[in-house]
Ligand binder design. Sequence first.
Ligand code: SF4
Length: 79
Amino acid sequence: MPEDTEVPRHMIAHTAHGLPVMAHDEDGWCVAVDPTRMNCTIYAQRPGVCRAFQMGSRDCRDVREAYFHRYDEAELPPE
Ligand code: SF4
C-alpha cells in the first residue's frame, strides 16, 4: 500500500498485475521471516496488511489449521 514506505525494497516483489507484495522464498514463506526463530525480521517496518492481521483471529486460526494439516494428503514413502 502507498503508506508502506518503510518496507525494505529488496523484500518487495510484484504480481503479474504489477501489485507490490512481500517477496516469498522458494518454500513460499515471506522473505522477512527468520526461519530459525519464526519471527518477522522487519517487525517495526512491516506492511499495513501485516499490522491488521490479528493473532488469534479467525483468519489466523484458519492458517494455523491449514499449516498443521499441510501433509495430510501427501503420500509417504514405503518403509
Ligand atoms: S509480519 Fe508480514 S512482513 Fe513480517 S514476516 Fe510476517 S508476512 Fe512477512
